[in-house]
Design a protein around this ligand. Structure first.
Ligand code: JD8
Length: 284
């Protein structure tokens, strides 16, 4: 996979050369290009922003440097890279989910456009749509000062799904939100995971749940699903309602074949966790 990033803070992406992603880049499994937007300015002050038409606070990023930068970077790729997907992080974008991460991980080439100030002149996205696929996404309902942190987050979520990036000890198959990129949503489909434990068996008078040392894999799997159901009911009731609606997909996302059934035991756990599960909730 090839990932190109356009930004006025190229040094922000130093972290891409460390940990799993850094090693994958060394192996050539992923290639990164980080491009300074100011390379496509022509004035002595290398200006990338100007005051907003119609007044208002802050500055807006000028369209010309962005148009020229996207022209140049998009034409850098050959073959499958010639049809890049342009991803623009913005607080006004559609919510970025594990499903997006899995879909983007299947792309041969991604270009990320990092805005700053009040954002990028709106014509840039429209003009780009006339010659490439463009998606505007948000990583969460809070306001950042620019797109760079969002691109770091998305790049990690995407690249860890690429073959060979995760060490064999780790696997994305049973990720929370359960879109391990595989066809089936996996055992944790639509849930967040419960707690994990390691040695010592007793720490500060706290014991690891005995079932985890039992070797009874069915009982362990049941215990893990129960703690995932409890934590999901506690922290993400929105996900439980989605499950009760028979799907793991967010509003407007196609559920594909990922219909999820909650068995009677699941229902009992959710009811015990205070979740208003009633018979008919599950009937449909
Ligand atoms: C891109 C400029 C700052 C945003 C005025 C603060 C994503 N989940 C998210 N929160 N914030 C962003 C984000 C913020 C950005 C840019 C992404 C470019 N800003 C602007 C509008 C209000 N300032 C984001 N993904």
């Amino acid at each position: 996979m090839r990932i190109d990033i356009i930004t006025i803070f190229p040094e922000y992406f130093g972290p891409l050369s460390v940990s799993l992603i850094g090693k994958a880049a060394e192996r050539g499994d992923i290639s990164f290009g980080v491009h300074d937007l100011r390379k496509w300015t022509h004035d002595v002050h290398r200006t990338v922003d100007d005051s907003p038409f119609g007044g208002g606070p802050g500055m807006v990023m000028k369209p010309e440097p962005w148009g020229d930068a996207l022209d140049a970077v998009a034409s850098m790729g050959a073959g499958p890279g010639a049809n890049p997907l342009l991803v623009i992080p913005t607080p006004t974008g559609v919510p970025f989910t594990q499903r997006h991460a899995a879909r983007y991980a299947a792309e041969p080439r991604l270009i990320f456009a990092c805005g700053r100030y009040e954002g990028i002149d709106g014509r840039v996205t429209d003009e780009a749509r006339s010659r490439m696929r463009v998606e505007e996404v948000s990583i969460g309902d809070y306001v950042l000062a620019g797109g760079e942190p969002a691109v770091l987050v998305m790049t990690e979520a995407i690249c860890r799904l690429l073959p060979g990036v995760l060490g064999n000890a780790e696997s994305a198959a049973d990720d929370s939100f359960g879109f391990g990129g595989g066809s089936s949503g996996g055992p944790m489909a639509g849930l967040v995971e419960g707690p994990a434990f390691t040695r010592p068996r007793v720490w500060r008078d706290r014991e690891v749940p005995a079932v985890l040392l039992s070797g009874d894999h069915r009982a362990i799997a049941r215990w893990r699903r129960d703690s995932a159901l409890r934590r999901t009911a506690q922290n993400r009731p929105d996900l439980v309602w989605r499950l009760l609606a028979g799907s793991v997909a967010a509003e407007g996302e196609d559920a594909g074949e990922e219909a999820v059934r909650l068995d009677d035991h699941d229902r009992a756990v959710l009811a015990e966790a205070g979740f208003p599960v009633t018979g008919e909730d599950v009937a449909n």
